[in-house]
Unconditional design. Structure first.
Length: 146
């Protein structure tokens, strides 16, 4: 009688691939005029071990922007909105905030020369000033470790 081949090809008996640990994803909403600040915040969060969704890093030429933003928001655990004079005027930021609220995601406004009241949908959300971004990072680290 011929030997039967294992259905598990390429995996030695008794060995399993480690389960992939889901990433803690933070979506960053900002005006393209504020990309440098958003990139710096992204680097700080990634240094803590969070994965960030930032349009400049995730969107490629030819992508459907609205669709990819929706996927990024669906994948995230929480979001920050960089509130600046430019983002207050941005239809993309307004769209992202709407999707975030629709999906009931945690949103932290990060203020830079603006107040949360300037974006009506964020007026009831506790904001953090950009100068106190380290406070946000401390809070993020705590949530990531829960």
């Amino acid at each position: 009688m011929p030997k039967r081949k294992s259905l598990k090809r390429g995996v030695k008996a008794g060995r399993r691939r480690p389960a992939k640990v889901p990433s803690y994803v933070v979506f960053i909403s900002h005006s393209s005029s504020d990309s440098w600040i958003a990139n710096q915040m992204s680097k700080e969060m990634e240094a803590l071990g969070a994965e960030t969704w930032l349009d400049t890093m995730k969107l490629l030429g030819g992508d459907n922007i609205k669709e990819e933003i929706g996927k990024g928001i669906t994948r995230c655990r929480e979001a920050i909105v960089l509130v600046t004079p430019k983002s207050i005027e941005s239809t993309w930021v307004a769209l992202e905030i709407g999707i975030l609220f629709e999906q009931r995601k945690r949103i932290t406004p990060i203020l830079c020369y603006a107040s949360p009241e300037e974006i009506k949908m964020l007026s009831d959300v506790k904001a953090i000033d950009l100068n106190d971004f380290d406070d946000f990072l401390t809070q993020l680290r705590q949530r990531m470790n829960q």
